[in-house]
Design a protein around this ligand. Structure first.
Ligand code: SAM
Length: 247
């Protein structure tokens, strides 16, 4: 059975990728949508509760607006809030984000533990980006919010970085795009490299669960197989979507 949370307006709630800070809807509506999604994740046993600090999320949002260079992004305000809230609630000691481009998706996750949105202290926060120039840009963006350098950016292939990682992973965020032909099929390769390192109850978040096309199908089959992952819910609150799975 496909477990899913889908808003009626998921397809009409659209952003301008080159104007990521533009308000799309009243903040009360954004909060209500994300609260409803968190409640479904709680019901599925993926989150222990649904509480997070709304003021800290807004402080992170403001800091990103003032400090980040973002050429484009498909991360909607709803998605930013959802990813932040999942991290703030789950509080991963070790978080790895794969395919972070300019760092916006990385800080949605890591921003629960560094900068003005921080609500806990993590051990390792690792963002991986294969294009050296984007990794450099991500590093500079994140440093402005995290001058101590607690959140690390690695320029490299996420499959290699995860394979070489020695330790348990508490949250894995997937957003790498393998380019023409490959697309998001690389999600499954990264997950397989991480699988044995996922701590019990670890979360795996996959962006583009809705619009990634057929290349993501084998990944979705894997995480929705109860023998592989204990729970998985597709959160469809915008045209991109986020599959949230638990080991
Ligand atoms: C589509 S972008 C993510 C953008 C993000 N969804 C947003 O809206 O801000 C995907 C990124 O993954 C990177 N990438 C592709 N393959 C990768 C790999 N094997 N390891 C790490 N990064 C990778 C690409 O260079 C690109 O910057």
């Amino acid at each position: 059975m496909l477990r899913e949370f889908r808003t009626q307006d998921w397809d009409s709630y659209r952003m301008d990728f080159r104007n990521p800070h533009q308000e799309i809807e009243p903040i009360e509506r954004e909060m209500a949508v994300v609260d409803a999604a968190l409640a479904v994740l709680h019901e599925a046993g993926i989150l222990p509760h649904t509480r997070y600090d709304h003021g800290k999320l807004l402080a992170l949002r403001q800091a990103v607006r003032e400090n980040f260079e973002i050429p484009w992004t498909a991360i909607t305000p709803r998605m930013q809030r959802l990813i932040y809230a999942i991290n703030a609630i789950h509080q991963p000691r070790v978080m790895i984000a794969a395919g972070i481009f300019c760092g916006n998706t990385f800080i949605c996750n890591a921003g629960a533990a560094v900068g003005p949105g921080a609500c806990y202290r993590a051990e390792r926060l690792i963002g991986v980006e294969i294009q050296p120039a984007e990794a450099e840009r991500a590093q500079q963006n994140v440093r402005r919010l995290d001058p101590e350098g607690h959140a690390e950016v690695i320029a490299g292939d996420a499959v290699d970085v995860v394979t070489a990682f020695d330790g348990q992973i508490d949250l894995l965020y997937l957003d790498a795009d393998g380019g023409p032909g490959g697309g998001k099929s690389i999600y499954l390769q990264i997950l397989l490299a991480a699988y044995d390192k996922l701590a019990p109850g670890a979360l795996v978040l996959a962006h583009n669960s809705v619009n990634a096309g057929p290349t993501i199908a084998p990944y979705l089959d894997f995480v929705r197989d109860p023998w592989r992952m204990s729970a998985s819910v597709n959160i469809v609150i915008d045209p991109e979507g986020l599959e949230v799975s638990m080991r």
